[in-house]
Design a protein around this ligand. Structure first.
Ligand SMILES: NC(=O)C1=CN([C@@H]2O[C@H](COP(=O)(O)OP(=O)(O)OC[C@H]3O[C@@H](n4cnc5c(N)ncnc54)[C@H](O)[C@@H]3O)[C@@H](O)[C@H]2O)C=CC1
Ligand SMILES: CC(=O)[C@H](N)C(=O)O
Length: 373
């Protein structure tokens, strides 16, 4: 009898009354009790920590990878240099250190993360820290720690301090049993990499915190991202960045995926603009909290054909990496991003021809400078 009564009380407290699509705000369970994360039980997780007219105060974690510096540049143009703090566990090169606020932040250290958020009055957090698909398979325990335990810290800090939280997901959150051509937002997700598993976990945990505690969680599933001025951090789609360096430097490229491997891809400018747009979208326009975003889809063969139009002597050869190939074969070939286009007006600007011209122009000018020196 007593147990039944207690259970009824607990379930009653958990369910609350559904209002505006989310349950009554209640502190995440790990905040209760005597843990160092204890916060007052009457904390209101729905309270906005900045007024609508203020600029957001932004923290980017894992910001020294392929995407973070570009994101910081974009956000600094929009919100002011000093309102955007880039962070990582690595030492920044001089030009990045001098381009705006930089701070050490390890997402595995909850106290360090909380201190940064409090001391800098952070209101928006972009969690870019992660181990990507190929490096994740080479170090599963570290990938599990950073991508899952680290994510828990980020979610708790964000919920505790009413932050707007962006966590990127990926085409890698799908697996061999997902529909691959095209892959919709909602379908079977049984990835076979630790990276994919951790990203499905992030999507589900973020959405759970949104519905359970009112956390303003926003997530985009990025395709493979192609950037000119930053290097990829160990993924399956990295070939589509490396090809441009090698084509201009040596006139040839050895590809680690089969010629017919079709994957969704996006130029970095589109990716970062999508990220800012979804963060600025009115909450009521978001019918879901995790969206596919897409731009183009191509194979190594298609990409090589396009490069050949600019460098007629270019040669591509293939030396397949079995780990990366198995991963790529389990990922979407085409991404259905109709919900993002419908809900918040997503529209990509770069297709394959523009991508190739932009990448070759960027590296071409670099190569010419290097040869001249
Ligand atoms: N680059 C791409 O093609 C895609 C990226 N994404 C996601 O976008 C985000 C950013 O990606 P990239 O910049 O490409 O990744 P990256 O691998 O280039 O950079 C990740 C950064 O995280 C940092 N990091 C590692 N452990 C950390 C820790 N304990 N605390 C703080 N930082 C830590 C690393 O030092 C590194 O600078 C990731 O979450 C990734 O999963 C999603 C799909 C595609
Ligand atoms: C698509 C991604 O998430 C990343 N570039 C990877 O290949 O791991």
């Amino acid at each position: 009898m007593l147990i039944t009564k207690m259970l009824r009380q607990v379930v009653g407290q958990m369910l609350g009354s559904p209002a505006c699509g989310c349950w009554t705000a209640a502190p995440p369970l790990r905040f209760l009790g005597t843990s160092p994360r204890q916060i007052p039980a009457d904390t209101n997780f729905h309270s906005a920590s900045f007024s609508g007219t203020d600029q957001p105060r932004v923290l980017i974690t894992g910001g020294l990878g392929q995407l973070g510096v570009g994101l910081a540049n974009l956000l600094r143009k929009r919100f002011g240099k000093d309102n955007v703090i880039l962070s990582d566990i690595r030492k920044p090169p001089d030009h990045i250190f001098h381009s705006g606020p930089f701070i050490y932040s390890d997402i595995l250290d909850y106290k360090n993360l909380r201190e940064i958020v409090v001391n800098n009055r952070i209101t928006w957090l972009f969690n870019y820290s992660a181990l990507l698909s190929a490096v994740g398979e080479a170090n599963v325990s570290l990938a599990r720690a950073v991508n899952i335990t680290g994510l828990h810290n980020v979610l708790d800090v964000a919920a505790e301090h009413s932050l707007r939280l962006f966590v990127p997901s990926t085409i890698g959150a799908f697996g061999p049993t997902s529909p691959r051509n095209p892959t919709p937002d909602l379908c079977v997700q049984r990835p076979r990499t630790i990276y994919g598993v951790s990203k499905v976990h992030a999507e589900l945990m973020g959405e759970y915190y949104h519905y359970r505690y009112g956390l303003d969680f926003r997530c985009l599933r990025y395709p493979g991202i192609i950037s000119a001025d930053s290097q990829p951090g160990g993924g399956t789609t990295d070939y589509a960045v490396q090809i441009f360096h090698d084509a201009l430097k040596n006139g040839k490229f050895e590809c680690n995926l089969k010629p017919s491997t079709r994957l969704p891809m996006m130029y970095i400018d589109d990716c970062l603009r999508a990220t800012l747009e979804v963060m600025e979208a009115p909450a009521e326009s978001l019918s879901i909290r995790t969206y596919n975003v897409n731009a183009m889809s191509f194979t190594p063969e298609d990409l090589a054909q396009e490069v050949l139009k600019h460098i007629p002597e270019f040669q591509i050869t293939y030396n397949v990496d079995s780990v990366r190939q198995a991963i790529a074969d389990s990922w979407p070939m085409n991404f259905d991003d109709s919900n993002a286009r419908k809900d918040w007006g997503w529209k990509h600007e770069f297709d394959l021809p523009e991508l190739v011209t932009t990448m070759l122009n960027f590296h071409g000018s670099d190569t010419r400078v290097a040869h001249a020196n």
